[in-house]
Design a protein around this ligand. Structure first.
Ligand SMILES: Cc1cc2nc3c(=O)[nH]c(=O)nc-3n(C[C@H](O)[C@H](O)[C@H](O)COP(=O)(O)OP(=O)(O)OC[C@H]3O[C@@H](n4cnc5c(N)ncnc54)[C@H](O)[C@@H]3O)c2cc1C
Length: 509
């Protein structure tokens, strides 16, 4: 793939945006299932990995098991919970084993995508960051794998008097591994998965760690091993089979757990507490710092290998404060109830700034796309925006399970278009959708993390029917999406519905 200055636009059949776990997985499926398609991945970083390359804070690791966060097609062989380094190694092997490297152009930031109906293609503008050269690509289909958050600018609340603080302030997303925290007083603000990872990793070396949380989180404590995987290996089962069976076990158990969280949340909480007690002792006190005020599973359940955060609390290495931050002070922060917390280093584990479609300006025939005016088709395609699929994964199950499902879907769609000779595909409301209520993307009683709720007005909308929602339900989608009728009335090819009559006539004639 050329990486020098261009005299004319480089054309590919498919352009994939981003070389994170979604982009690399999508490239694999494209190569496997549409071997004749030319494609390129444009990635603004200098290397692959996305999330796993961006985050460098102490202890950074997955909170999903890698049997399901790993791809369907490449067995995971290590412990279920993996470090960022191990995930990057796994992704590197996928790239190498499948000759994907030559298709990735690194250091290219996409700055605009315009669709032309006349040419039935996208024009994608990019800047090569090394020398500022402006590059242009054209593509028949855009496969958006740019993730959902801004990798460069994390979310920091607008706290009062931050400029008064004399210590070091850093957001976890921008953590530099050279920061020396040995013996220091560290304050971590936040209580989600990031805080749950960073705190135990720092607790032994730091002088003391305090976690300041607005509200508590649910934790799931467990050993970092999968008994079934260990047993299957012990009796000589091959790794592809171990991977397949353990994935089936985990997704089955998670389905049961999700259902139980809805039907008997109190019983589930008691079980989660029992797991904590196993590591932290029978008399561990849950009130007030470990009793969340939302239903279990409404937000991501933080995984806690070997009960590490609770062990740090019991060992006196960690204090928890549940309160709101009123103001920064010279030496740390003061909470609303007047507690002063001193810290040499304050780490904000306050989450992401949503990035809708990588904040890339999109146009369709010269008109700017306002994503909020579009309605999503199963959280992957959008009304009014042709020849584009977006990979947005699961939150309650591993993100990557959806990369595989959508990989199959997009490849089926591309192959179908070739079969019927179509150059353009749109999703559009059907007659039966005429009276459909149009609603915000997120269902408030479903999964509602703050970074999505904050920017709900910038996200595409949804309808109240299965086709027009991103339901975050892996167990339904793994049946529904592969069974999609690509000639159904929600698809337009070259601007037209493939009506049954027309197809039958074409077949007959
Ligand atoms: C610390 C952390 C831990 C997580 N752990 C889990 C977990 O255990 N399980 C789970 O299911 N999920 C987890 N997640 C969610 C996680 O982000 C996803 O699972 C997954 O890694 C997202 O992959 P992605 O490839 O879709 O996006 P990203 O990893 O965000 O990658 C997107 C890529 O696109 C590139 N890009 C974006 N815009 C442009 C542009 N304009 N031009 C060129 N390139 C661009 C970016 O540079 C980036 O490399 C975690 C998230 C974080 C932050």
């Amino acid at each position: 793939m050329p990486n020098e200055a261009q005299s004319e636009a480089t054309h590919v059949d498919v352009l994939i945006v981003g070389a994170g776990i979604s982009g690399v997985g999508s490239a694999y499926h494209l190569k496997e299932q549409c071997p004749d398609k030319s494609f390129v991945i444009l990635e603004m970083k200098d290397t692959f990995g996305g999330t796993w390359e961006t985050h460098k804070y102490p202890g950074v690791r997955s909170d999903s098991d890698l049997y399901t966060f790993g791809y369907r097609f490449k067995p995971w062989i290590g412990a279920p919970i993996a470090s960022a380094e191990e995930i990057l190694k796994y992704m590197g092997e996928v790239i190498e084993e499948n000759d994907i490297d030559d298709n990735i152009l690194y250091g290219q930031r996409i700055t605009g995508c315009s669709w032309s109906s006349e040419d039935s293609r996208w024009t994608v503008r990019a800047i090569r960051l090394a020398d500022g050269a402006e590059l242009t690509f054209t593509a028949g289909f855009l496969w958006m794998c740019q993730g959902y958050y801004d990798h460069e600018n994390p979310f920091v609340p607008d706290w009062p008097s931050m400029d008064q603080y004399q210590g070091m302030f850093v957001h976890a997303q921008l953590w530099d591994p050279d920061i020396d925290y040995a013996g220091k007083k560290v304050l971590v603000i936040g209580s989600g998965a990031t805080a749950a990872t960073i705190i135990p990793a720092m607790a032994e070396t730091a002088g003391h760690v305090t976690m300041l949380q607005r509200s508590p989180t649910y934790f799931f404590c467990s050993e970092n091993r999968n008994e079934l995987a260990d047993r299957l290996r012990e009796i000589g089962i091959d790794e592809p089979t171990v991977h397949r069976v353990v994935r089936a076990q985990i997704t089955h158990d998670q389905d049961l757990m999700t259902k139980r969280c809805q039907t008997e949340p109190d019983a589930v909480f008691e079980e989660l507490k029992a797991l904590v007690r196993h590591y932290a002792g029978e008399d561990f006190e849950f009130e007030p710092h470990f009793t969340p005020n939302y239903r279990v599973w409404q937000q991501r359940l933080a995984f806690c290998p070997e009960g590490d955060i609770f062990k740090a609390a019991v060992a006196g290495q960690l204090s928890v404060v549940t309160d709101t931050l009123e103001t920064f002070t010279e030496k740390g922060v003061r909470t609303s109830s007047g507690e002063e917390i001193e810290a040499d280093i304050v780490i904000a584990a306050t989450g992401f700034r949503l990035s809708v479609m990588g904040e890339i300006p999109f146009e369709v025939d010269g008109e700017a796309v306002d994503w909020h005016e579009t309605v999503n088709y199963r959280g992957m395609m959008f009304t009014g925006v042709p020849n584009l699929a977006w990979v947005f994964g699961y939150f309650r199950a591993s993100w990557t399970l959806r990369v595989d499902i959508l990989g199959d879907f997009a490849c089926n769609l591309l192959n179908h278009m070739d079969k019927i000779g179509a150059r353009r595909v749109d999703v559009a409301m059907r007659d039966e959708d005429a009276d459909m209520q149009i609603l915000p993307w997120i269902e408030p009683d479903n999964f509602n993390p703050n970074y999505l709720m904050r920017d709900i007005d910038r996200l595409p909308q949804r309808g109240d029917r299965p086709e027009w929602r991103h339901n975050q339900d892996y167990w339904r989608e793994r049946e529904d999406i592969p069974a999609t009728d690509l000639d159904g009335p929600e698809f337009l090819y070259d601007g037209e519905r493939r009506s049954r009559d027309a197809m039958q006539n074409a077949a007959a004639g």
